[in-house]
Design a protein around this ligand. Structure first.
Ligand SMILES: [Zn+2]
Ligand SMILES: [Zn+2]
Length: 264
């Protein structure tokens, strides 16, 4: 059994065949998907993500939800967005994390000072609610770590660095801070030798696997839209790096997922 710890299956890329995608995940042995709702917090995107989980409670693949304002959309975050996110988390079933939040200085879709401010605000809100966070960070390693040290102090539940593609230094700091590290299809890419060497060093009890679909399709499916069933290829790659059978790696990643998000 596998888990996809970070997917975006509520997005419009899946509108035409979402149920088929979920069925293929079931057929591939995916026992749980964490669907991450992103977008303008005022647009109804978070409600849509929660509704997807709510409407799929009776199938064998459990769909859990995370909601939060992505750094790309930080400029849209305000008091009303924070209130709404808190209320949805309180009322939504299977909302298990606040995210994805963080800093993206590669695209700079929101001004950097706004990204920093909104990241800090959401960290504090998640800490108040005792929810783990899902961190997105790109080209902002030092700033991300500094903020986690200063503004996430004392948080009982930590978080996960999702779709990890950072440096060895970032991985080490993230582990020191008690975070999980989640690898996506990037780890299967031909040129990702450095990332594979980092993945080899992450302790097994801190490892998660994800697709981040519809993006970052793993080898050998590259060129196609990504989907949760392909998380098997991420597991296969990490199993090889850790000298395990794929079933063993999948078991470890599933146990980590259940423990980390406090699921049964
Ligand atoms: Zn992300
Ligand atoms: Zn994502």
């Amino acid at each position: 059994m596998f888990v996809d710890s970070h997917a975006h299956i509520d997005g419009s890329e899946f509108d035409a065949d979402r149920e088929d995608v979920i069925q293929r995940a079931q057929a591939a042995g995916i026992s749980a998907i964490l669907n991450v709702g992103t977008g303008d917090p005022h647009s109804g995107a978070f409600e849509r993500a929660i509704e997807l989980g709510r409407s799929h409670q009776s199938i064998s693949t459990a769909i859990y939800t995370a909601i939060g304002t992505h750094p790309h959309d930080a400029r849209l975050y305000d008091d009303a967005a924070e209130e709404k996110t808190r209320a949805l988390i309180a009322s939504g079933e299977r909302v298990v994390a606040w995210g994805e939040i963080g800093l993206d200085f590669h695209y700079d879709n929101s001004p950097r000072d706004v990204q920093v401010d909104v990241f800090k605000r959401q960290l504090r809100a998640a800490r108040d609610l005792n929810l783990p966070v899902i961190i997105h960070t790109r080209e902002a390693e030092t700033e991300t770590i500094d903020i986690l040290e200063s503004d996430y102090d004392g948080a009982e539940r930590r978080g996960v660095f999702h779709c990890f593609s950072g440096s060895e230094h970032l991985a080490k700091r993230a582990l020191d801070l008690g975070f999980m590290i989640s690898f996506s299809g990037i780890v299967t890419f031909k040129k990702a030798e450095e990332l594979r060497s980092i993945a080899r060093q992450v302790p097994l009890d801190r490892l998660l696997i994800e697709t981040d679909c519809p993006y970052l399709t793993p080898v050998p499916h590259r060129g196609k839209r990504n989907e949760p069933a392909y998380v098997v290829e991420v597991a296969r790659c990490l199993a090889g790096l850790h000298g395990l059978e794929i079933a063993q790696l999948a078991h470890v990643a599933t146990e980590n997922f259940m423990r980390f998000f406090s699921l049964q």
